[in-house]
Design a protein around this ligand. Structure first.
Ligand SMILES: Cc1ncc(COP(=O)(O)O)c(C=O)c1O
Length: 369
């Protein structure tokens, strides 16, 4: 198996920890270890008494119980914990797909959602979102992409990088069509819980049928990427067994301190989500006002959910724009080219506390040009 370079991760590797301001993060504002432990009386003492032996491969029972509570139909034995969402994507693809299988992938996308399947020798069809329709996926196009050997459909909503949220009717139709045809529906839901209008939150795919797999993580909506705790939830027990057998070759089991902290974070999950939604609401309003003032330079399709949006630069080369911005103002944006998008879009991250100040830096930079 030959994996191509992960363009987004290589771009971050170059800049993320040596620039002053990251304006393209896909995670929300994080916490310190102390702040997390302070959320529950007694947590600090308990953390110090934690045993640092190997942990249970599927994830600790307490953590899987908390994860199962996020879903309507899932029990703790229908959850498999991983080191971040990234490991779960890798393990799912290895467990579920064979060379020659046809896979339909939402595009543009977080690269592993497409390229692990491709590297395994699957035939990958891109189900492409277009800016002209607000980055919506077209159900008729999906039906045209289906083949006899379609084994899996991979979607991501709320979407990275556009912030598009699939309407509930389309999501349910997708779940129905895939169920009827015996196709796996792999639903990357790592930004779930950050809908601008909570009434638009989609059901989790795993609650719509045993053919569906929901991907979740503490990195994004909860703002705890340093824990590296992600999971899949599905009622397909055979798939979970196959995934567990693959995980034996990747991480075997998870970090005990991370599992402890993740369990605590999920017990306080609603409070963490509410905090990040409040940060996002203020920052989205700020972004709207900014793009209103700079309509001559950018086109802004408002994201409906999640911490990121994908504005378009109306004139100039987007890689050059991002390079100059980081060199002159120390502000990091992510050019759409890392998503293999040919149009001059870039990713903007709105989930962090310092967003207003960093947007001021961007505006200053624009003023100087
Ligand atoms: C849509 C999507 N899926 C999965 C991941 C991987 O998440 P993690 O960093 O928790 O492994 C990311 C990270 O950016 C993402 O945006």
């Amino acid at each position: 198996m030959r994996l191509p370079e992960f363009r987004l991760e290589r771009y971050f590797a170059r800049y993320e920890f040596n620039v002053k301001h990251v304006l393209c993060a896909s995670d929300c504002q994080s916490l310190t270890l102390g702040e997390l432990l302070d959320l529950e009386p007694g947590a600090r003492d308990e953390f110090e008494r934690l045993w640092l032996g190997y942990t249970e491969s599927p994830g600790s029972p307490a953590l899987r119980r908390e994860i199962a509570r996020l879903y309507a139909t899932i029990g703790p034995d229908e959850v498999l914990v991983h080191s971040g969402a990234q490991e779960a994507i890798f393990v799912f693809m290895h467990a579920a797909l064979q060379p020659g299988d046809h896979v339909i992938v939402h595009s543009p996308c977080y690269q592993s959602l497409r390229d692990v399947a491709a590297a395994l020798g699957c035939q990958v069809s891109l189900w492409t979102a277009h800016e002209e329709t607000g980055w919506a996926l077209d159900m008729d196009e999906f039906k045209r992409l289906l083949r006899e050997n379609t084994r899996a459909v991979v979607i991501n909503t709320p979407h990275n990088p556009t912030g598009w949220l699939m309407p509930r009717g389309a999501f349910e139709e997708l779940a129905r069509i895939t169920a009827e045809r015996g196709i796996l529906l792999f639903s990357d839901e790592v930004y779930r819980g950050l809908e601008e209008n909570p009434a638009e939150r989609l059901p989790a795919a795993c609650d719509l049928g045993p053919h569906a797999v929901s991907l979740g993580v503490l990195s994004k909506s909860y703002g705890l990427p340093g824990l590296r705790i992600g999971w899949v939830a599905t009622r397909d027990r055979r798939l979970l067994e196959r995934m567990a057998a693959v995980k034996d070759y990747t991480t075997i089991c998870n970090s005990a301190p991370s599992e402890f902290l993740a369990t605590l974070a999920l017990r306080r999950g609603e409070a963490l989500l509410a905090r990040n939604r409040a940060i996002l609401a203020a920052n989205r309003a700020r972004a709207d006002a900014f793009f209103e003032r700079h309509q001559d330079r950018f086109r802004w399709v408002r994201p409906a959910a999640g911490p990121i949006g994908f504005p378009r630069l109306l004139a100039g080369d987007v890689e050059e724009f991002c390079r100059r911005l980081v060199e002159v103002a120390g502000v990091l944006l992510l050019p759409g080219t890392v998503y293999d998008v040919a149009t001059p879009h870039f990713r903007l991250g709105m989930g962090r506390d310092d967003f207003p100040q960093v947007m001021d830096r961007l505006e200053e930079f624009l003023g100087r040009r």
